[in-house]
Design a binder for this molecule. Sequence first.
Ligand code: ZN
Length: 432
Amino acid sequence: MTPGAAVSYSHRFSQWLSPFLLLAVQAVAWATCNAAAQAEQCPNRPAGRLEADDSPYCPVPGRIGIVPEEQDAISWSYPPKCMSQTPRSQDGPRLDCLFTSTTFRNGHGTSIVTSSTTASHLAGLEAFEDAPTPVIRDALGPAYEVVPFPGKRTGVVAKRRIRRGEIFMVDLPALFISVSFLADAKPHHRRRMLKQAINQLPEVTRSRVYGLPRGSAEYEVDAILGPNAHTVMVGDGEVHVGLFTEVARINHSCRPNAYFRFSERRLTVEVVAYHAIEPGDEITLSYVPLETPSSTRRQYLKSHWGFDCTCTLCTGPATDLEESESWRRKIKSLRETIANARSEGFYHDAIVMTEEWLMFAEWDMQPPLMAEYHDTLANLYFLKGDMVNATRHARMAVDEWVRLGSVDDEPLEKARLLLRRLEAMDGRRRGG
Ligand SMILES: [Zn+2]
């Protein structure tokens, strides 16, 4: 990511905020806030269940929150360290804890600072389960390399041809931090907790974190997180900041050739190509939602990330930019109209507009994941009662999910379930 940058935007989840903007607001608000932040080093005790614990501040090692009985306990590498916060937005205090696993995904390791509620939620999804590291099928050789750029410190360049819709980068969070914690913790508590979060990581991952380009913030942890972190959402829209050290190297473009998908179930990010990327081409992501009008976008990049965008769209012919703006406006309004049509039961209209939406998205060089596109159409045809087309799209959705090879197999399982259901209905219809 470009130096001076703030926190980035996650493609799938159109949340757009900078925790460091929140921090600035917080610094002012803090003086009038009576919240008592309490830092406490929890004792290292044998595993048991949280609800049976006598201290409201210290979850028992090996357990975070309410973990289903049948699930194995999670072994944290250090005693969790917790802080009680009284958020300005809620009534009761919230408990934020630092959990570190140095063995997470074959020793990549991760440090998580979040509420015990969110940690329980992630544990319930088995996000911390130490399944094998996802492997990218690199028979063709490594897809990309990080290279020094004039004017920018580094960038990511394709080493070989990358296919449209190919997952070419899979990354894990070195740090995963709740934005509520960043906003509510006292600055010195926040910095101390984050410093400890980094220092508890395994050597290899820790040196990758310290090796990232830094922003201009006064304190080291803020300077590291500022230009390198991405925001993602977990659970019911709890915004978190993830520091993915490989993804952090990808620079911004207003016409990006890639986007990232975050899976909370696997606590993993996958970077997908919008279209074919040729060897030597720079790989880019958009740090702001694509439908943001160009003037707002450039202002935002300047004020929050600290750079003037010099991407091909911003420096190219004005007609190109206008055309792209117009497609993006249409794409945005079409998406809203489709949602309305669907909720009001106008499935035929929703289908026609979904097909139109794909065309506009292709013209603006930001096609959706075809697996998701076919999933959407399969469901719309199903709702409309057109089982032939529903089955056709469900089959294509399954094929596309298989081809994608995501580390998160839940969408594939859902698509398979729909296809099986449709085929069973067809069997009954023919049989009866
Ligand atoms: Zn630009």
